[in-house]
Design a protein around this ligand. Structure first.
Ligand SMILES: [Zn+2]
Length: 234
C-alpha cells in the first residue's frame, strides 16, 4: 500500500496520528480529563491510542527521530504558570514547527472520524508533505503557529488533555486548533501571509510567547488571538 508521506508502495505500520509520548501523562492518570464547557466551546477529548495504517516504517522512524524526539527534549514547560501571565521560551525553529505540522499532516491524511475537521486540500497537503520529508520549515509566514498554555484548576499546566483538532476561520484564513502537550496549538493554513497571526506566534528565532489560560476559558480563535495580543512581545 502507498505510504502517505513518501508515497512509496510499502508495508504500512499502525501509525499514531498523535505521537505516543504525548499520551504518557494520560496513561499515568488512567483517565481523560474533561474540559469544562467543552460542549459550548466545541472541544472534544480524543481517545487514546488512535491508530491507522498510514506510514511505512522508514517514515515512522523519520518522524520520530527528526521531530518527535527533538520536540520531547525541548518541550519542558514549567509545572505551573500563573493564569493570564505569559511564558516565553526559545525552541529550535525547524524541528519545533515541523513537529506540529507533522501532526496536522497526519490528521489531514487520516480517515478516522476524530480528525475529520482537518482537510488541508491538495496544495497544502503536498507542500507540507514535502517540507516534512525534506526537513524544510518553509518560509516564516507559511503555516504560522500560535500557542496558549492550558492551566487546570490547581494552577498547573494541564498535560492530560488531548482533543480532536477543530477548524476555524480567522480573517478569511483557515486555522486548525488542537490541545496536546499542555498547550492549545493553532496553525494557520493559507497561501497568503497574515502578519498579525505571525507576529503573535512562533518566531523564526524559535521564540514563542504563550499566555496561560484556564482550561474552562479556552475558546475559539478570536479569543485566543485577543489573549495573546495582551501579552508583551519581546
Ligand atoms: Zn514512507
Amino acid at each position: 500500500m502507498q505510504c502517505r508521506l513518501c508515497l512509496e508502495d510499502r508495508k504500512l505500520s499502525d501509525s499514531h496520528i498523535i505521537p505516543e509520548f504525548l499520551y504518557k501523562d494520560l496513561y499515568k492518570n488512567h483517565r481523560m480529563m474533561e474540559i469544562n464547557g467543552r460542549k459550548k466551546k466545541g472541544w472534544k477529548t480524543l481517545q487514546k491510542g488512535v491508530r491507522e495504517k498510514l506510514l511505512c516504517a522508514d517514515c515512522e522512524s523519520l518522524l520520530n527521530l527528526e521531530y518527535e524526539i527533538p520536540f520531547q527534549m525541548q518541550w519542558l514547560t514549567p509545572e505551573s504558570i500563573t493564569q493570564y501571565t505569559t511564558h516565553t521560551a526559545v525552541y529550535d525553529y525547524p524541528t519545533f514547527k515541523l513537529f506540529h505540522l507533522s501532526i496536522l499532516f497526519r490528521a489531514s491524511v487520516s480517515s478516522l472520524p476524530a480528525f475529520q475537521e482537518v482537510n488541508l486540500g491538495v496544495v497544502h497537503e503536498e507542500r507540507i508533505r514535502k517540507m516534512i520529508l525534506s526537513k524544510d520549515p518553509g518560509l516564516n509566514w507559511e503555516y504560522p503557529i500560535q500557542a496558549l498554555a492550558v492551566i487546570n484548576g490547581y494552577g498547573k499546566v494541564e498535560k492530560r488533555v488531548i482533543t480532536s483538532p477543530i477548524s476555524r476561520r480567522f480573517q478569511n484564513h483557515i486555522a486548525y486548533g488542537q490541545i496536546y502537550g499542555g498547550a492549545m496549538w493553532w496553525i494557520m493554513v493559507s497561501s497568503h501571509r497574515n502578519d498579525r497571526f505571525c507576529k503573535e506566534g512562533l518566531q523564526p528565532s524559535g521564540q514563542i510567547t504563550m499566555m496561560a489560560i484556564p482550561w474552562n476559558e479556552i475558546g475559539v480563535m478570536q479569543d485566543a488571538s485577543k489573549m495573546v495580543k495582551r501579552a508583551p512581545l519581546k
